[in-house]
Design a protein around this ligand. Structure first.
Ligand code: NDP
Length: 333
């Protein structure tokens, strides 16, 4: 059982030396447990937060333990009612070839026959797809004609959030890194305008956002934070609503003191942090809504799959370098 262990707490951007690949015997299962052969692991920016020993919505990954991740795999052995060998399952497990899950935890069966690829349960039908769905339809609720700005727009969550905004009739503007990603926003995801943040300081970004949003900004789907959020705040309209989904530019500890919070007061705006787990009891509904849009050809999503547990570190790092082209997934089998 090859496992991707956290062996040192990262200081800033995670280094290869913070992790160790180790081989261990395949674990035995106890009562109410299942043994899962993990096929794919979802590499999410949130994992970076779990590596720090700070209070959060989940306990930190313990030093010496395998790094936590959502995985999709096949049941190899089961002592748990409702799970049989051969069943496809997904759950919050670890980056390792075999995981043990206990009944009553976050592991559930999935139907591999209704999707083109089981990886879809980690992308459009998974947490990122649901984050886009509930973030847009429940937190932000865009209306026709509103200007809807999305940061991290070419990524897994951002690209789907933008398309959902377009379906609601909003004018959708995305911020992404580099000309190729900006071109994809327009050509592949149907955004109305795209802003390349790379190489821009807060002043230049403020100007670029102003040019792309001449009527101001009504709604923001914030994935990045840092100078982009600061620049955005100067262009918000009265009663603007900001859905704070992520702050990836700050996850590696690059603190940035937002200077324009005053604009929230001046524009009587709302900033609302949200977690996908708020909508746990509605996941089936959201997954079905996303699957329907895909089946109707109304929603495009991309997956970036790297192979092999030995590549877990470089694959994870892509999220912070911006070299992932779609939902970042690691193939383990
Ligand atoms: P993405 O597929 O968007 O990948 C991460 C992208 O972030 C990179 O490709 C890169 O794109 C961009 N990025 C990385 N570092 C920086 C930086 N310093 N400045 C600006 N952009 C940067 O990942 P996800 O779609 O999985 O996640 C997007 C966001 O959503 C994250 O903040 C994540 O934490 C959040 N999230 C929140 C959830 C919730 O429940 N609230 C659930 C799931 C995700 P580029 O090349 O454009 O720089």
């Amino acid at each position: 059982n090859r496992r991707f262990l956290l062996t040192a707490r990262p200081d800033g951007t995670p280094q290869a030396s913070d992790f160790t690949l180790a081989d261990a015997p395949v674990p035995a299962i106890g009562p109410d447990e299942i043994l899962i052969r993990n096929h794919y692991a979802s590499l999410d920016p949130a994992i970076r937060g779990w590596l720090d020993d700070v209070p959060s919505y989940l306990p930190p990954v313990e030093l010496g333990d395998a790094v936590r991740a959502t995985t999709v795999g096949v049941v190899e052995a089961s002592n748990a009612e409702g799970f049989a060998p051969g069943d496809w399952v997904m759950g919050l497990n670890k980056i390792e070839h075999y995981s043990v899950a206990k009944l009553g935890g976050f592991t559930s069966r999935i139907d591999a026959d209704i999707v083109p690829s089981v990886t879809n349960y980690l992308s459009v039908m998974g947490a990122v797809g649901l984050t886009a769905w509930f973030g847009v339809t429940e937190i932000l609720k865009p209306k026709a004609g509103e200007t809807f700005l999305i940061s991290g727009a070419a990524g897994a969550v951002g690209s789907m959030a933008g398309q959902l905004g377009k379906l609601a009739g909003a004018r959708v503007v995305g911020i992404a890194g580099g000309p190729a990603k900006c071109k994809r926003l327009i050509d592949d995801y149907g955004f109305d305008a795209a802003i390349d943040y790379r190489g821009k300081d807060v002043e230049a970004l403020t100007q670029a956002i102003g040019e792309a949003c001449p009527d101001g900004i009504d709604l923001v789907f914030e994935n990045v934070g840092g100078i982009g959020l600061d620049a955005t705040l100067t262009h918000i309209n009265p009663y603007a609503r900001i859905g704070l989904c992520g702050l990836i530019s700050e996850y590696n500890g690059e603190a940035y003191g937002t200077r324009n919070l005053w604009q929230l007061i001046a524009r009587m705006a709302t900033i609302r942090g949200f977690l996908i787990s708020e909508f746990l009891d509605r996941f089936a509904e959201g997954g079905m809504a996303m699957a329907k849009l895909v089946a109707e050809g109304k929603l495009r999503f991309d997956e970036h799959i790297d192979e092999g547990i030995d590549n877990a570190y470089p694959a994870f790092l892509r999220l912070f370098e911006g070299s992932n082209q779609g939902k970042m997934i690691l193939k383990l089998v």
